[in-house]
Design a protein around this ligand. Structure first.
Ligand SMILES: Nc1ncnc2c1ncn2[C@@H]1O[C@H](COP(=O)(O)OP(=O)(O)OP(=O)(O)O)[C@@H](O)[C@H]1O
Ligand SMILES: [Mg+2]
Length: 384
C-alpha cells in the first residue's frame, strides 16, 4: 500500500497524459480515447464500431503505439490464414512428429494487439481467438501455452449478427459506437485531416511501459467501491428494464472499469459519476447505447448534466440582465423572473454542496456570484 501511495499520483498523471495524447491529432475523439484508456488500464479488450472513415483504425493504432510493449497489428480479411496471426507451423519439428508453431513476433507473443475488422475471422481463427482473449492461452499442438496478451483492440463497421461471432463480441468488455464528427466541428476536421494528409501521422513516442500498466492495474483494486455498489445494482435493473441485457460476466467486470474511471479522475473512492462507464459496458448495439445513456442521465448525477443545468441558469441570468438594460421602467415580468432566479439560487447551492468535482463546484460558484448580483439588481429595480 505504501508503494502504491507513492506512485499513485504519478501513475494517474501518466494515464491522463495517455488519454490526451491519444485524442490529440483527432477532432472530437475524446470519448473514444477514454474508452481505449480504460481498456488499457483494466487489461480488458475494446472495440470501436462505426461507419467507415471515422478514424477508428487510426485511434486503435495510435493507442497501441503509445504503449511500449510487444505489439502485433493485423487487418483481417476473410482470406486471412491462421498462420498469418499465430505463426507458421515448424516444419522441422513436424518431421519429428511435433505440431508446433513459430510464433516469434506474432500474436501469441504480443502484449498489445490491434486486430482490425476482427469479424472477418475465419472459423479456425475465431476458435483460437476465443480462448486467447478469455483465458489468455493458446493451444500449440497439444500444449496449452500461456500468452502475455494484455489488451486487444479492434475496429469494425458493424456489430456481428451471426451467433458464432457473438461470443467473440462478448469478449470485448468495452464497446463504443463511434459517430461521425458533428457539424459544428467540420471546420476543425478539415484542418486536422489536411494536416494528417500532408504530414502523415507523426510516429509517436510510447508513453507507458508494461511495468507501469501492471502497477496501475494493481492500484485499481485499491479503489473503494463501497458507496456505489447499491446504486450499481439498481442501475443494472433500470438498464435491463429498457431491454438491454447485460451478461453476468459483464456485470461483474464492470467494477474494474468503474474503478479505473475513478482513478483516472484522481479519486481513490468511486462516486456516482464513475457509473457513466456502463455506457461502454452494457449495450450491444448503438441503439442500446442510447437507451443506456438515457437511463444513466436520469439515474446518475452526471457531471455533464449538472454543467448543463448551470449553463441554463447562466442563460436565464443573461436574459434578465438584458431586460434590465433594455427597459428602464418596472417590467411586470421582473417579479416572475425574480422568483425563477431565487429557485435557481437554491439549485446552485445544492450543486455546490453535493458535487464532488472541483471543476463543477468552481463553475457553480462563479454563476452563483453573478446570480446574487442579478437578484440584487432586480430587487433594486422593483424597489423591494
Ligand atoms: N475525427 C477525425 N479527426 C481527424 N481526422 C479524421 C477524423 N475522422 C477521420 N479522419 C481522417 O480520416 C482517415 C480515415 O480514418 P480510418 O481509416 O481510421 O477510419 P475507419 O473508421 O477505420 O474507417 P473504416 O471503417 O473504413 O476502416 C483518418 O486517418 C484521418 O485522416
Ligand atoms: Mg478501419
Amino acid at each position: 500500500m505504501l508503494i502504491l501511495q507513492r506512485d499513485y499520483s504519478k501513475l494517474v498523471e501518466l494515464m491522463k497524459k495517455f488519454k490526451e495524447e491519444l485524442a490529440k491529432p483527432f477532432i472530437g475523439r475524446e470519448e473514444e480515447a477514454l474508452v481505449l484508456t480504460l481498456a488499457i488500464m483494466t487489461a480488458e479488450h475494446a472495440i470501436l464500431v462505426g461507419e467507415p472513415g471515422t478514424a477508428k483504425s487510426a485511434m486503435a493504432r495510435r493507442a497501441a503505439d503509445l504503449v511500449k510493449a510487444r505489439f502485433f497489428k493485423y487487418l483481417l480479411t476473410r482470406y486471412t490464414d491462421p498462420d498469418e496471426l499465430f505463426g507458421p507451423l515448424d516444419i522441422a519439428a513436424l518431421r519429428e512428429g511435433k505440431y508446433v508453431r513459430i510464433s516469434v513476433n506474432r500474436l501469441p507473443e504480443a502484449e498489445i494487439v490491434f486486430l482490425d475488422e476482427i469479424f472477418n475471422a475465419s472459423s479456425a481463427i475465431l476458435n483460437t481467438l476465443l480462448t486467447l482473449m478469455n483465458e489468455r492461452v493458446i493451444y500449440d499442438g497439444y500444449r496449452e501455452v500461456q500468452v502475455p496478451l494484455w489488451t486487444l483492440i479492434s475496429a469494425s463497421n458493424t456489430v456481428p449478427e451471426e451467433p458464432e461471432y457473438r461470443a467473440l463480441y462478448d469478449r470485448f468488455l468495452l464497446r463504443h459506437f463511434v459517430k461521425p464528427v458533428s457539424e459544428d466541428k467540420w471546420g476543425e476536421l478539415l484542418d486536422a485531416a489536411w494536416r494528417i494528409e500532408k504530414e502523415g501521422y507523426r510516429a509517436v513516442e510510447p508513453l507507458l511501459s508494461m511495468r507501469e500498466l501492471r502497477e496501475i492495474y494493481d492500484v485499481i483494486f485499491n479503489v473503494d467501491l463501497s458507496s456505489i455498489k447499491d446504486k450499481l445494482v439498481k442501475l443494472y435493473a433500470a438498464i435491463e428494464d429498457q431491454g438491454v441485457h447485460i451478461s453476468d460476466r459483464r456485470k461483474g467486470k464492470a467494477l474494474k472499469v468503474i474503478a479505473a474511471h475513478s482513478l483516472l479522475h484522481g479519486r481513490s473512492k468511486a462516486v456516482e459519476e464513475d457509473l457513466v462507464v456502463l455506457k461502454y459496458v452494457a449495450p450491444q448495439t448503438a441503439e442500446e447505447a442510447e437507451k443506456t445513456y438515457i437511463v444513466l442521465l436520469e439515474e446518475v448525477s452526471l457531471k455533464e448534466r449538472v454543467l448543463e443545468e448551470i449553463r441554463e441558469v447562466e442563460t436565464n441570468i443573461r436574459e434578465v440582465k438584458a431586460l434590465l438594460v433594455r427597459r428602464q421602467d418596472i417590467d411586470p415580468r421582473l417579479i416572475e423572473y425574480l422568483r425563477g432566479l431565487e429557485r435557481a439560487r437554491e439549485k446552485l447551492k445544492k450543486i455546490l454542496n453535493t458535487s464532488v468535482e472541483d471543476s463543477v463546484k468552481r463553475r457553480a460558484l462563479e454563476v452563483l456570484v453573478e446570480l446574487e448580483e442579478t437578484i440584487e439588481s432586480v430587487k433594486r429595480r422593483l424597489v423591494l
